[in-house]
Design a protein around this ligand. Structure first.
Ligand SMILES: Cc1cc2nc3c(=O)[nH]c(=O)nc-3n(C[C@H](O)[C@H](O)[C@H](O)COP(=O)(O)O)c2cc1C
Length: 195
């Protein structure tokens, strides 16, 4: 099987999302032949956002100013038997880099290219927002014609860190890097972590 992975995290393979995806790949690889092509959305150099020129919709995707930079990702998705989209939850949504990626392929909503192609969706979070992030990805992937056959959420245990100061201490403005220990949640999404 050829697996295409779209990684919407700036933390790469060593981040929480990357490590979770690695574990999934290991398990799939154990079941048979597997070729994996990975696209890190942050590496595509897509600029701050989609330029919103609508050229991809009106003149064809080749008219996108970022076409050359999106083309390798398009190839990975085209050639894959299954595409896995993975994102951390950022402010109850997908990461900005994943959103920017989806925006650059918005023409697929009008010209679905992946009818019948299975997709799997993964999100990681400190505890909340899986439902919105995975719901959005599901909508985007379906709009492109693909069939999200599985979605999974993983909640990082131990975040936010327990406060050590008095109750009046304002919350830290530094987001702690999560520990790699994870609790797998069932697909009932959006649960809070245990306190
Ligand atoms: C800007 C930002 C926003 C975040 N928003 C949320 C959130 O809304 N809900 C949540 O549970 N975790 C949130 N987190 C925590 C991340 O989802 C979590 O640490 C994730 O597993 C990190 O994956 P990564 O290492 O691949 O980046 C946020 C993290 C960042 C950096």
């Amino acid at each position: 099987m050829r697996l295409g992975i779209v990684m919407g995290t700036g933390h790469g393979a060593r981040g929480t999302t990357g490590q979770l995806v690695d574990q999934l790949v290991e398990r799939v690889a154990a079941t048979g032949d597997l070729t994996v092509d990975t696209v890190c959305t942050d590496d595509l150099d897509l600029g701050p956002s989609c330029p919103a020129c609508l050229s991809c919709m009106t003149a064809g995707e080749q008219a996108c100013p970022s076409y050359d930079r999106t083309a390798p990702a398009r190839r990975v998705m085209d050639e894959a038997d299954l595409v896995l989209f993975a994102t951390p939850v950022h402010s109850f949504h997908v990461s900005a880099t994943m959103k920017r990626f989806v925006d650059h392929f918005a023409y697929l909503i009008h010209r679905p290219a992946y009818v019948g192609k299975p997709a799997a969706l993964v999100s990681t979070a400190a505890g909340a927002g899986h439902d919105a992030a995975l719901g959005y990805l599901r909508t985007a992937v379906r709009a492109g014609g693909s069939t999200p056959s599985a979605s999974s959420a993983s909640t990082v245990r131990g975040w936010p860190r327990r406060r050590t100061g008095p109750r009046s201490t304002p919350p830290s403005t530094t987001w702690a890097r999560p520990s790699v220990a994870r609790r797998r949640t069932p697909p009932s999404l959006g649960q809070r972590p245990p306190t």
